[in-house]
Design a protein. Structure first.
Lengths: 112, 116
C-alpha cells in the first residue's frame, strides 16, 4: 500500500459546481497536511496548510483533515474554469520536510 | 508572499553535456532548499536536500556525482545535471521554506529538461 493515495482523475465538473478532492494515507505519524495546485508546466502553488485534524477555510477553499480515518479533503465552492489544474495533497510528520510525501495529484477540469 | 524563482524554465541539451539549474529565494533567506523531480502524471519525488554552506543530503537511489548541488548563499541553490542522458529528461522543481519550524514549502516554477 502506498503511503498516500490520490485518485488521478480527471474530474470534470461544470462551472459553479462544488468540487471534492480527497487523499487517504497510511502513516499515522503524518501531522501536517497541505494542498497544492499545479498548472501545466508550472511548479506547485500552496493553497492550504493545516495541522492535525479539523477544518480550515480560505475563500472558496475548505480543507478537512480526519486523522482517525486517515483521510483529507479539499472542497472548492463555486468552481471556475481557472480552477482547472492538478491538485496535489502532501503531508509530513513532525520530523521535517525531508519526509514530505506527495500524492500523485488529481486533475480537475471545470468547463464553462 | 514567499517567492521562489527557478531558471531556466526549460532547456534542451545533447546527451553527454551538463546542465545547471538555478533556484533563488527572492524575498527571504533559505538555509535549506529541496530539489524534486516529477515525471508525467507522477508525484513529486525528493531528490536531495540542499543545505547552505554544507554538503547536500541525497535521497536513496539518487546519484550525487550525477546531480551536483551547490548552496553557496542563503538565497541561491544550484543543481547541475552532469553527463546528461535521455532518461534524465524530466521536470525538476526546487522549493524552500520561508522561516523555520512549521512554515510550509514554496515551490519554483520548475525546469523542464529534455536531453536529446
Amino acid at each position: 500500500q502506498k503511503e498516500v493515495e490520490q485518485d488521478p482523475g480527471p474530474l470534470s465538473v461544470p462551472e459553479g459546481a462544488i468540487v471534492s478532492l480527497n487523499c487517504t494515507y497510511s502513516n499515522s505519524a503524518f501531522q501536517y497536511f497541505m494542498w497544492y495546485r499545479q498548472y501545466s508546466r508550472k511548479g506547485p502553488e500552496l493553497l492550504m496548510y493545516t495541522y492535525s485534524s479539523g477544518n480550515k477555510e480560505d475563500g472558496r477553499f475548505t480543507a478537512q483533515v480526519d486523522k482517525s480515518s486517515k483521510y483529507i479533503s479539499l472542497f472548492i465552492r463555486d468552481s471556475q474554469p481557472s480552477d482547472s489544474a492538478t491538485y496535489l495533497c502532501a503531508m509530513r510528520p513532525l520530523s521535517g520536510y525531508s519526509t514530505l510525501t506527495f500524492g500523485k495529484g488529481t486533475m480537475l477540469l471545470v468547463s464553462p | 508572499g514567499a517567492v521562489v524563482s527557478q531558471h531556466p524554465s526549460w532547456v534542451i541539451c545533447k546527451s553527454g553535456t551538463s546542465v545547471k539549474i538555478e533556484c533563488r529565494s527572492l524575498d527571504f533567506q533559505a538555509t535549506t532548499m529541496f530539489w524534486y523531480r516529477q515525471f508525467p502524471k507522477q508525484s513529486l519525488m525528493l531528490m536531495a536536500t540542499s543545505n547552505e554552506g554544507s554538503k547536500a543530503t541525497y535521497e536513496q537511489g539518487v546519484e550525487k556525482d550525477k546531480f551536483l548541488i551547490n548552496h553557496a548563499s542563503l538565497t541561491l541553490s544550484t543543481l547541475t545535471v552532469t553527463s546528461a542522458h535521455p532518461e534524465d529528461s524530466s521536470f525538476y522543481i526546487c522549493s524552500a521554506r520561508d522561516g523555520q519550524g512549521t512554515s510550509p514549502l514554496h515551490f519554483g516554477n520548475g525546469t523542464r529538461l529534455t536531453v536529446t
